[in-house]
Design a protein around this ligand. Structure first.
Ligand SMILES: Cc1cc2nc3c(=O)[nH]c(=O)nc-3n(C[C@H](O)[C@H](O)[C@H](O)COP(=O)(O)O)c2cc1C
Length: 360
């Protein structure tokens, strides 16, 4: 059904597309809206579903850019590991603009992996400097880079070199947090800005806070003020706890952020980024709403199986079912049934059965 462009090498896909998105967002008087990288969630199957149902690339959508899940740059530099990781880096034209997120603590691997991402035709390369997972931090990557600004700077330089070596000029960006154990924006952000990344996305929590406290958007405002004080042209995106595009617009207005990144808000609502969902679905009955949601879930499941079934556990789909099947009569019983399912056929059978008995 869908064609993967896994082996498609494109040189120098675009100049700084962030500048174009910034001009567009200024003219529309709204922030740039982007989809967060979420490992084992925003995989190639879910991204295609989001692009389709959020009508990415049309006037009906406010989604400006997608991120891939994070991928190990060290792995991309090894023949054996690369093959599997390239599956995580597969995408379709419908998902553009799309940024590849990679992580490593080794500048030489960053150079090689960024070069590869440019050759694969990505619109940008993002460096993960915020992941709190111990398996990532023990390699000196992710959030542990907040404790090592000199290395973080070298990684940005290496990524830029790599892209240039590929004959490309795609932009390099960074995704990070406000600090490690406490807010360190006043030192951490200037260190990053000194290497002129195109964008710094800031998850408004420290590494220590994980996701255990509410995101503190006042620090996004602080980040914007630090950036402005330095006269830097880097765009600042805020991230954390935004569930609707309306809230994203409000937070950008409050803080002056150029953009907002949305993560968990996309669970169960791949049409989240429609500019006017209330108008689009205004004539729909409650029953039609539920049926539409469940049919997207079945389509998502089939696509996951088709694209990733050979490489990833079907259990990954179960966290999506918890989000899709929610807020209507009989949802709990259906969810319990779906948790037992082993493949898309069983999911489809349960949904068909549920829909044929659905009374709203
Ligand atoms: C399941 C899951 C996987 C994630 N994977 C990544 C990742 O690969 N790279 C990254 O930079 N952040 C990752 N994050 C963090 C999100 O991108 C985001 O910063 C965080 O969820 C806060 O934003 P939200 O409240 O809008 O979800 C992940 C978060 C979740 C919940």
């Amino acid at each position: 059904m869908y064609k993967q462009n896994r082996a498609c090498y494109v040189i120098g896909v675009s100049k700084n597309f962030w500048k174009k998105l910034k001009d567009k967002s200024d003219s529309l008087q709204r922030p740039i809206i982007v989809l967060a990288p979420m490992a084992d969630v925003t995989d190639s199957a879910f991204r295609r579903i989001i692009a389709k149902y959020s009508k990415m690339g049309t006037d009906e959508s406010v989604l400006d850019c997608m991120w891939t899940e994070f991928v190990s740059a060290d792995g991309l530099c090894h023949d054996e590991a690369r093959k599997k990781l390239l599956i995580d880096l597969s995408y379709t034209e419908a998902e553009r603009p799309i940024v590849a997120q990679i992580f490593t603590s080794k500048p030489e691997n960053m150079r090689e992996a960024a070069s590869l991402c440019a050759k694969l035709g990505f619109n940008g390369v993002d460096i993960n400097m915020g992941c709190p997972d111990w398996s990532i931090e023990k390699q000196g990557c992710g959030a542990s880079l907040i404790k090592n600004p000199e290395l973080a700077k070298k990684l940005i330089v290496a990524a830029k070199d790599g892209v240039r070596q590929a004959g490309s000029d795609i932009p390099i960006s960074v995704k990070t947090r406000i600090g490690y154990s406490k807010n360190e924006l006043s030192t951490w952000l200037p260190a990053l800005l000194s290497e002129n990344p195109a964008v710094v996305t800031i998850h408004a929590r420290t590494r220590k806070e994980l996701s255990l406290v509410p995101a503190r958007w006042e620090h996004i405002k602080e980040a914007v003020s630090i950036r402005d004080g330095l006269g830097s042209e880097t765009l600042i995106f805020g991230n954390g706890d935004i569930l609707t595009t309306q809230d994203a617009f409000a937070k950008a207005k409050e803080t002056g952020a150029d953009g907002v990144m949305i993560g968990k808000g996309i669970f169960g609502t791949p049409d989240l980024f429609l500019s006017n969902p209330d108008i689009k679905y205004k004539d729909e009955s409650e029953k039609e709403k539920i049926v539409r949601r469940l049919s997207i879930m079945v389509e998502h499941t089939k696509l996951f199986e088709e694209l990733l079934g050979e490489y990833k556990s079907f259990a990954i789909m179960k966290k999506h079912y918890k989000a899709y099947v929610n807020g209507f009569n009989g949802a709990k019983e259906l969810r319990v049934e779906l948790m037992e399912a082993k493949d898309s056929k069983e999911i489809e059978r349960s949904v068909d059965n549920f829909v044929s008995n659905l009374q709203v």
